[in-house]
Design a binder for this molecule. Structure first.
Ligand code: NAD
Length: 482
């Protein structure tokens, strides 16, 4: 596979200024696929200049025409579906079906914001109704400007779509930095921009790591707004950088989300949703429902049902038709989850299924699905984001007890409620402090709804009209009535 030693700036591939080379891995075979040249501040400078030059024309093009580019991008992604899924599974370690979800959610997002771009144009200059006589007021929504977008490795296509699609729809121009760990799927976005002959400078893609590209991008004074998805530690640094020049910032950060199984839940259905909430994508999902809060009367039978399902998970080649769960995406993540397993051992947690007792494939950064029961609420595994296939369970005595346990977290990204009565599930869901709450379902993403979290899970909302508003500056023209 060709080395990624070019940056995509002004609709051209240009040599990266960087001199450091980072391996791009296949985590199943534990082998290097290719390498990426980590760019530096000079690449950021060139990309920001290109994006600034492109801004007036891209804004003037209007929402309708910008929307046609977004639809064309969605079409081009659809046309490459098989190849992209394979690339994503290979570079990311996702099972093929999970790679398909990443891609399909991304495509749905580009299409949704294509429609939103048209709606935006239609509402420009609308008259505001108000009570003051003899005065007219008109509302306009302008693009926020040149935006810097940074994404993590776990769902490369969808996390980038949630930023790129609304930014372009709003009329912003983009400097985008994918994760250096999984740069291959997103590379396709640059190839597609070229193929579609998008106006030069509208979408720029820079390869590199946090030090080489991330830092200079977030500190660049000509970036009007930053949008970041990733860890809390880096998110705080991005926010500090945004403070220079009082620039806008949105952050999608970590989670430690609860799943509440209420006393009237059906055990088999609950078990299916619990499994989907934590073991999907090998647990490497910000909204993983990694804290199971189960009514005490159901706990034993639920643990039994989960144990059977955990034993049935087939770990293996992400490209294999019979694989349910692939490896961790990187050696670093593998070591990080292992460190948590060691903490669990030191804390004396009681495992229903233990990662260390299962036969693993002969190679690959695998962690076997694990379930700990009766986890104390001051355990580090109960409170910290592990980002792996590790589920912690705790019993509740009532709905109110379950709500209190669920809300006792610094994070507030997602939550799930399982109940035999939808109204009861919604009542409990309404009491939870989280941005994305599912009831009797798991991990459903709808572009029309919002995505984002309370507390340490971030600032702002992606998706829906809120995601578009993040890239807009609102202004009013007010004067005597005509
Ligand atoms: P990370 O914070 O290590 O890296 C994210 C991105 O930031 C990467 O592109 C990285 O190169 C870049 N980066 C690193 N240092 C930087 C710096 N100093 N300045 C600017 N950019 C820098 O996160 P990760 O390990 O890639 O992803 C896992 C984390 O992402 C988890 O905490 C997970 O919860 C979170 N996440 C959140 C959401 C959400 O929607 N809330 C979605 C996916 C992942």
């Amino acid at each position: 596979m060709q080395a990624l030693n070019h940056q995509f700036i002004d609709n051209c591939w240009v040599n990266s200024h960087g001199t450091r080379h980072l391996p791009v891995m296949d985590p199943y075979h534990e082998r290097q696929l290719t390498e990426v040249t980590a760019g530096d501040a000079r690449d950021v400078e060139a990309a920001v200049e290109a994006a600034r030059r492109a801004l007036p024309e891209w804004q003037a093009l209007g929402g309708e025409r910008r929307g046609t580019y977004l639809n064309a991008l969605a079409d081009a992604l659809t046309a490459r579906r098989e190849a992209l899924m394979e690339l994503s599974a290979t570079n990311n370690g996702k099972a093929l079906a999970e790679a398909g979800i990443d891609l399909d959610d991304a495509i749905a997002c580009y299409r949704y914001y294509a429609r939103q771009a048209g709606d935006l144009e239609a509402r420009q200059g609308r008259r505001i109704t108000h009570d003051i006589e003899g005065v007219d007021a008109y509302c306009y929504e302008d693009p926020a400007g040149v935006v810097g977008l940074i994404t993590p490795w776990n769902f490369p296509l969808v996390t980038s779509a949630w930023k790129i699609a609304p930014a372009l729809a709003a009329g912003c121009t983009v400097v985008f930095k994918p994760s250096e760990i999984t740069p291959l799927p997103e590379q396709a976005l640059a190839e597609i921009a070229l193929e579609l002959e998008m106006p030069p400078g509208v979408l720029n893609l820079l390869h590199g790591d946090g030090e080489g590209i991330g830092k200079p991008l977030t500190h660049h004074s000509d970036i009007d707004k930053l949008s970041f998805t990733g860890s809390n530690a880096v998110g705080e640094r991005v926010m500090q950088a945004a403070a220079e020049g009082s620039r806008g910032v949105s952050l999608e950060l970590g989670g430690k989300s609860p799943i509440l199984v209420l006393a009237d839940a059906d055990i088999d259905q609950a078990a299916d949703w619990v499994m989907a909430g934590i073991y999907f994508n090998s647990g490497q999902i910000c909204s993983a429902t990694s804290r199971l809060i189960v009514h005490e009367t159901l706990a034993e039978s639920l643990f039994e049902a989960l144990a059977t399902r955990i034993d049935a998970i087939r770990l293996g080649d992400p490209l294999g038709a019979n694989t349910d769960m692939g490896p961790m995406t990187s050696q670093h993540q593998h070591e990080r989850v292992h460190a948590y397993l060691a903490i669990a051992e030191r804390e004396g947690l009681h495992a229903v299924r233990d990662a260390r007792h299962r036969q693993l494939p002969p190679h690959g950064y695998f962690i076997a699905p694990t379930l700990y029961r009766d986890v104390p609420t001051d355990s580090r595994l109960w409170r910290e984001e592990v980002f792996g296939p590790i589920l912690c369970a705790h019993k509740a005595t009532s709905d109110d007890d379950a709500i209190a346990l669920a809300n006792d977290s610094a994070f507030g990204l997602a939550a799930t409620v399982i109940s035999g009565a939808p109204q009861r599930a919604r009542r409990v869901g309404r009491a939870l402090r989280a941005g994305n709450i599912w009831y009797n379902s798991e991990q459903i993403i709808i572009p029309e709804t919002s995505w984002g979290g309370f507390g340490h899970s971030g600032i702002g909302r992606e998706l829906g009209p809120w995601g578009l508003a993040d890239y807009l500056e609102v202004k009013h023209l007010i004067g005597p009535a005509d």
